[in-house]
Structure formats: C-alpha cells, structure tokens
Write a protein that binds this ligand. Structure first.
Ligand SMILES: Cc1cc2nc3c(=O)[nH]c(=O)nc-3n(C[C@H](O)[C@H](O)[C@H](O)COP(=O)(O)O)c2cc1C
Length: 215
C-alpha cells in the first residue's frame, strides 16, 4: 500500500481518487463483509487517511450487489459522517473529501482492479494493460489508489499507534494481521483475525476445530 500511496502522491494532479475494492468475489470469503458491517468506520476513515496522504478528494466504495446489508450500513455511515466530517475544508484543515458508493452487479472479473475501474466508468469491465498503473492513470484516467477493504481498514490503527506498532505484528516480510473466513465446512465457522505467519494448521484445527467431515 505504501508503494501505491507514494506513487500516487508524486503525481501532480488536482483530481485523484481512492477506490475501495469491496467486490469480494472469492467463494467462501466474507471478511470484507464483516469489516463493512461491523467496523465500517475503520474502512471509511482509512479511505480518508489515504486521501489525505495522496491529495485525493474523492473516495469510491465499490460494493458487490449481493451485499445489500453492507451497502446500507456503509451508506448510513457516510450520511452520518457528512454532518461534520466530510465536504470542504474539513475542520479547517484545508482537506476536502467526499464518498460515492457503487452497487456492483456481480461479475467476478469486476474484482480485478482495472476492470473495476472500467466498470465504475460505465464501460465493459475489461482488464487494462499495465503500465500505466492506476496510481498514474486510473479512474477516468486520473491518479487512483485501489485497495481492498481490509487493507484500508488498517490505516486508522497505524495512524493511532504508529507504523512500528503495526510492523511488530506478524512476520518481517508480511506485517499485520489477516482475517480468515471459515465457512460451514468447519466445525467452528466464523471470521478469525490471526497474525500473519500463523500456520494453516492452527487456523484449520485449533480455530476452526477441523473439518465437518473428511474430503
Ligand atoms: C480475476 C480477479 C478477481 C479479483 N477479485 C478481487 C476481489 O473480489 N476483491 C479484491 O479486493 N481484490 C480482487 N482482485 C485483486 C485486485 O485486482 C487488486 O489487486 C486488489 O484490489 C488490491 O488490493 P490490496 O493491494 O489492498 O490487496 C482480483 C484480481 C483478479 C485478477
């Protein structure tokens, strides 16, 4: 994420976007849904922090249409934020920010970041050749940072506790935590947050209590 933010920040353009990929199309995955419905402010504040860092004034949350509850909660949260925390010159900081929510229509390919950008533009969701990368020419050819829900939702913690505190979690190469979605094939299904580097055996046999039957 730091690479993307750095790259986007260095492009001189008054119009830039932060796009949140909440298309969550992988079968069995529901960690983005969990964040949007249980920790929506972590995501929205994360997008605002990213916007502040790169100089973007618009955040687009692209949520899969099969998640009506997530869409509702995120839209409600945005309307609450609008009362004090969004718009022009937020708290006299000189920072402007607004959100737009896109109701995605259920094509798996739209989860690929460049197809997703074309879909927002109302074009066929075809994958774009890179370079140029979205941080240079993204949404409507403007510098754009595209990140997943979980990535963006980490930013408030990092702002509050510092990068070193975040880097102290997980492994040296992969810092932080990861949400894993265990479905009904496990004896104890649910969303679990584990430090990066946690062995799959711990996830499957300790947290999930093993499979419901042998395959
Ligand atoms: C076919 C395909 C489908 C994808 N679907 C998703 C998806 O549903 N959600 C997602 O966050 N990323 C998806 N990606 C990855 C995105 O292209 C992109 O790498 C990601 O949003 C970047 O987020 P991150 O850097 O925060 O991980 C998909 C990639 C491909 C090739």
């Amino acid at each position: 994420m730091a690479f993307k933010l750095e790259s986007c920040k260095n492009v001189n353009d008054p119009v830039k976007f932060i796009v949140c990929n909440a298309d969550e199309g992988d079968p069995g995955a529901y960690s983005d849904k969990y964040i949007m419905e249980q920790r929506p402010l972590s995501l929205l504040l994360g997008m605002m922090i990213a916007g502040f860092v790169v100089g973007a004034t618009r955040g687009v949350v692209y949520i899969r249409g099969e998640y009506p509850e997530s869409i509702k909660i995120i839209e409600e949260c945005i309307s609450h934020l609008k009362i004090n925390y969004l718009g022009e010159n937020i708290f006299n900081s000189g920072f402007n920010f607004e959100f737009k929510v896109i109701h995605a229509q259920g094509a798996y390919i739209c989860g690929e970041e460049t197809a997703l950008l074309s879909s927002i533009e109302g074009q066929r969701p075809e994958v774009r050749v890179r370079p140029p990368y979205p941080t240079q020419q993204g949404l409507f050819n403007k510098p754009t940072v595209v990140n997943n829900v979980e990535t963006l939702a980490n930013l408030p913690f990092i702002m509050q506790n510092g990068g070193k505190a975040y880097a102290a979690i997980g492994t040296q190469k992969s810092s932080g935590t990861k949400l894993v979605s265990l479905d009904s094939f496990f004896n104890r299904p649910g969303i679990y947050e584990v430090d990066k580097g946690t062995p799959l055996s711990v996830v499957i046999y300790e947290l999930g209590q093993g499979f419901t039957r042998s395959y």
